[in-house]
Design a protein around this ligand. Structure first.
Ligand SMILES: Cc1cc2nc3c(=O)[nH]c(=O)nc-3n(C[C@H](O)[C@H](O)[C@H](O)COP(=O)(O)OP(=O)(O)OC[C@H]3O[C@@H](n4cnc5c(N)ncnc54)[C@H](O)[C@@H]3O)c2cc1C
Length: 479
């Protein structure tokens, strides 16, 4: 049962009734709510992908932990070096087709490593509980939401010194568990998942020990509430417009823990503040390696869409500036992917068995590729032309009276019908001139940590002193 079809995934919503709000109102039925449609579709399509003949041998892996066949990108604990390469390849492939490859395996793996560190330092036995949770989700095959990022309030202060703390924290220790209170932000796809997995988002001090908490709960646990932000695509059904975002991408959510009881067996860290920073470091290695491959996939998608737009406009192969721009997208993608692979080559095995890609290469690669996406969007505008922002809508095309004008005036390369040209331009609009474009930018710039965090990791990991010594040697300086 660990590998669900899209249909089985849709059906599974009948079993739960989480407390979700969207546009101010309580959601009665997640699976059928019009503002959650794209998210359910995105996740269901991800299930169906597991059955695609060309992909299934790599996308599905038998977990040594649970013995179950599971989605590699969503749930696998990466304990073989080879996992890093297969993951990078698949992440690029899936992201080039639907932007987000739902890479939950990274989150589960870095949490596994952090919990191992907690046990090693404190003599606790959290990892066996976490293992039980992993086996549970492997058996259900149902997705989880990753709740790491706290609101953080005034960034210059640690969580315990905020005037009114909102970051998630332990407020009561009881026999058999703890009570937690607070908020996690940016819970991607959260409302359409079935579990929340919670971990600290930054280094903590002794006085912050109540904020050092990690656990997992079913999404409908008492006191767990999500305020969802609709996904960027249109809420109405479309056939031409928003071809990507009407089917893919997902809701975001603010996740509230309103005095939630976490039973002991679901608790994986409880006050061990010393290891909170480890999670961020592991995340910076493993998830950013993936993000290099993910962004490479976006470059691929942009390059394909740009080449199609040039062709429907009749300028394919003619304009050298267009060829240069498309080639630039391809080269940026290859460079990002190269960093994903390079970081995997230099990976080191953490004592928990999880392989950690090289932080220098992963962060340098991500820092480089994420800075290019704005440029690529600019080039999509340039290549496709102004129509992506000014063309009449799909409803106009569907009106025969108006279509006759549009059909003539909006024709391009005779190899394509006008409708085909408009379809291609709608794709570019979705990628570069829409709310979805803003979301893609947000994924690129902030998901996996803000760009400055790439620099922080690189400064920490790079041996600049060695290079200064070499510089002195060359310049014959002895001090
Ligand atoms: C589309 C999207 C999906 C996401 N999905 C998830 C998810 O599923 N789960 C999850 O947990 N998180 C998720 N995130 C959160 C993501 O990891 C954060 O947005 C990111 O780490 C940046 O944090 P922030 O938004 O709080 O911005 P901030 O940290 O406030 O950053 C804003 C700016 O302030 C700077 N800054 C911040 N603090 C300091 C400081 N102390 N000193 C100096 N400069 C500082 C930063 O460098 C940056 O330039 C997602 C984000 C996005 C955009």
């Amino acid at each position: 049962m660990a590998i669900l079809t899209g249909e089985q995934f849709r059906e599974s919503f009948k079993e739960v009734s989480p407390e979700i709000y969207i546009r101010g109102e309580r959601v009665e039925d997640v699976a059928s709510h019009p503002l959650l449609r794209q998210t359910v579709h995105h996740l269901a399509a991800g299930c169906d992908l597991l059955f695609e003949p060309e992909l299934k041998d790599r996308l599905v892996v038998r977990s040594p932990i649970s013995g179950e066949d599971i989605p590699r990108l969503g749930m696998h604990i990466q304990q073989e070096k080879e996992d890093l390469f297969i993951k990078a390849e698949l992440t690029r492939e899936v992201s080039s087709r639907r932007i987000c490859s739902a890479c939950g395996s990274n989150m589960l793996s870095v949490t596994w490593a952090m919990i191992h560190d907690v046990d090693a330092a404190h003599g606790t036995d959290y990892l066996s509980r976490y293992r039980d949770f992993i086996i549970k989700i492997h058996k259900t095959g149902l997705p989880f939401a990753w709740c790491m990022m706290d609101p953080k309030g005034d960034r210059s202060l640690p969580p315990s010194r905020q005037p009114e703390p909102t970051d998630l924290r332990i407020v009561e220790r009881k026999p058999g568990g703890v009570v937690v209170n607070g908020v996690k932000l940016h819970t991607t796809m959260g409302p359409c998942t079935r579990f929340v997995v919670v971990a600290p988002c930054r280094a903590l001090g002794k006085e912050d020990k109540d904020f050092a908490v990690s656990f997992a709960l079913p999404i409908d646990a008492k006191g767990v509430k999500m305020i969802a932000r609709p996904s960027p695509g249109p809420s109405r059904e479309t056939s031409m417009e928003s071809p990507l975002s009407s089917r893919f991408l997902g809701v975001e959510a603010m996740t509230i823990f309103d005095n939630v009881f976490v039973p002991e067996e679901n608790l994986f860290m409880c006050g061990e503040w010393e290891q909170a920073a480890n999670l961020s470091m592991y995340f910076a290695c493993l998830h950013r390696q993936s993000k290099c491959a993910c962004s490479a996939g976006h470059c691929d998608m942009f390059a394909g869409a740009a080449a199609l737009a040039a062709d429907v406009n009749g300028v394919s192969g003619r304009a050298s500036h267009i060829q240069e721009k498309i080639t630039g997208m391809i080269m940026d993608g290859e460079a990002g992917y190269g960093c994903a692979l390079g970081a995997a080559v230099n990976a080191k095995r953490h004592p928990s068995g999880v392989w950690m890609p090289d932080p220098l290469i992963a962060n340098s690669g991500l820092g480089a590729i994420r800075s290019k996406v704005g440029r690529h969007m600019e080039h999509l505008h340039d290549i496709a032309g102004g129509l992506i922002a000014t063309m009449p809508t799909e409803a106009d095309w569907n009106n025969p009276e108006l279509r006759k004008y549009m059909d003539k005036a909006l024709r391009g390369n005779p190899k394509y019908t006008t409708e085909e040209r408009l379809r291609a331009l709608h794709l570019i609009q979705d990628l570069a001139a829409s709310r979805a474009a803003g979301t893609i930018m947000a994924f690129t710039i902030n998901a996996a940590g803000s760009p400055a965090t790439n620099q922080v990791v690189v400064r920490r990991a790079y041996d600049l002193d060695k290079q200064i010594r070499y510089a002195k040697e060359l310049a014959s300086i002895n001090t």
